[in-house]
Design a protein around this ligand. Sequence first.
Ligand code: ADP
Ligand code: MG
Length: 686
Amino acid sequence: MKHLEDITTLKGIGEKTAGLFHRLGIYTIDDLLNFYPRDYQSYKAPIKLSEAVDGEMVTVELGIFDSFKWKKTRTMTIGTGQASDGTNRVSIVYFNMPYLKGKLIKGSRFLFHGKVRSEDGKYYMDQPKLFTYDEYNQLMGQLWPCYPLTRGLTNNAVMKAAGRALEDYEEAEYLPEDIIREYGLIPLKEAKRLIHFPKDWEALIEARKRLVFDEFFQFLISIRKMKEYNKELDTDYAMIETAWPGRLIEQLPYKLTGAQSRVWNEIRQDLTSGKCMNRLVQGDVGSGKTILAFLSLLMTVTNGYQGAMMAPTEILATQHFEQLVSMTKKYDLPFCPVLLTGSLGAGAKREVYQQIESGEVNVVIGTHALIQEKVRYAKLGLVITDEQHRFGVRQREVLNEKGGRTHVLVMSATPIPRTLAIILYGDLHLSVVDERPAERLPVKNCVVGTSYRNTAYKFITEQVKSGRQVYVICPMVEAGDEETEGLENVVDYGEKLKSILPKEICVEILHGKMKPADKKRIMDAFQEGHIHVLVSTTVIEVGINVPNATVMMIENAERFGLAQLHQLRGRIGRGKEQSYCIFINGSEKETSMERLSVLNKSNDGFFIAEEDLKLRGPGDLFGIRQSGAMEFKIADIYQDSELLKRVSMTVDRLLFEDPGLQSDKHAALKDYLEENAGNFVDFRSI
Ligand code: ADP
Ligand code: MG
């Protein structure tokens, strides 16, 4: 059953708060219930200061020694004081929390929750949370959700809303009894409740298992449907060989690698076969997939058809567009391309739609705006999706309505072992670009602690002085709440670097919350070399190509999955110069260093993904998402690969026994899938 009521129907959510939820993509009750915590917090029994482990969250019962002293500076209010646990004393600091003034007075006792630092036998706590005994007793003995947040929306507000939404939540079981029993799954309704409010880690693991199962199960069923759908369809856009692609290959400043030539031949064969192409081109970052896309587009337009190329971000779409425009000029190619993104003004959009419909333009590059309903193509022969976007049944249906059975090429840099690729991409033919252009020096890596920063800044300065450019990556956009405390953010880091690095070095920032026009301005300036150091979030993760950038420094590297770090690193090492990647490990945990050092050992995406999996124990189940590129909500194809394989067999068996889901025991499943049709595959990124 779907809960499509607007979130404003929940008590306590007015228009203004709803606006904040919208920023997180939450519009309906269903969205809210599916907005899973990114982590959980437990409140353990209070301990003594001397028992605290550096860097871990603990709770200490403390009596205030002397009333706190409060000082106002130009930008903040600072409160400092001392407290004691009976044996040891601790110095405590609060920033911008003047309302604690009345509480932190001589003789009062509280439970302080936070990290304890010890230096030279002295103890320190910054910004600990404060609880009375009653408050703390209520928190103990349960896990509390930590949600990804947006400025202005507190964790508490999301938690309350989720709690309210769960009060009236109903969900009938749709899975057949035998499957539930075989896998030992808890009811979906229970799983949804427990994923938000688990009693303990065991309950959480059960909840997660059910939700992961459902994601895989639904995904695989729709994949199988796709497979039926794609089966050897005759295309409406049969092509013949033209001389253009071969000529372009000869004129390129480099020679195609063996792998590129092989894959290009596979694509050519598909396009000229008379059947619809459904091909996935997989290749590690930097293996040179873009040129394969351009060759395919060239073949398409010289056969008199249109081609479309879809990218996950406006930045990447813009880059592809500009690259195609410059190639068109340089080699005098018959492309007439247009860029279509969500940020175009209404008037400009209408004009572009018109050009597409009339056939005036033959290549459309953009974000997913380019297959939206209003866009009508004159004769769309080929659709390419670069990085991330999968092409779902729905999109295919939309395209068919737009005029015919089109060729589809999917390009991905996500490293997936072949066994999994066959399950996940069962509906596509697979090509692998398993060779890098020669003459590239492998990236040199180092994994270091935060104390290395100054050395890194010196190194960055030298590199910029010798003409190179630099990326600095931070996990957060702006200073957040206490949940994300200690994580570097782009806005502050940009300011910091501007003041630390020599004046003549131009530092700018880039993140997903900026206006598209600003992003474009910054990206262009970086591309042209006017910006030397770009401080950015992972928005630059996919596809960006600036060969002159030779240094990447990643702050809080421990917060990213190894596969994702590998993707990020793929932004450098693209030119002839030696490149360097500096991973700053902000965690004191030993395992974190060990995990990151895998990146030191290898530049091979497959190897890295597998190693990461081996290194992660059950305790790491929730913290780190393996790859930002794979947007299963909760499932992780690496971590849950065994379950994925098993579910795949179950789905095969189910559809073999009852292909149309006609039997009584599958009635609920059939209804459920129909009700949710299109939810699962569409734009599911893999
Ligand atoms: P990805 O596979 O990550 O999308 P790109 O297509 O962006 O990689 O290619 C990365 C860079 O390598 C580009 O600057 C491109 O021009 C260059 N390149 C592609 N193929 C070759 C080749 N065979 N030899 C040398 N450089 C190449
Ligand atoms: Mg690419």
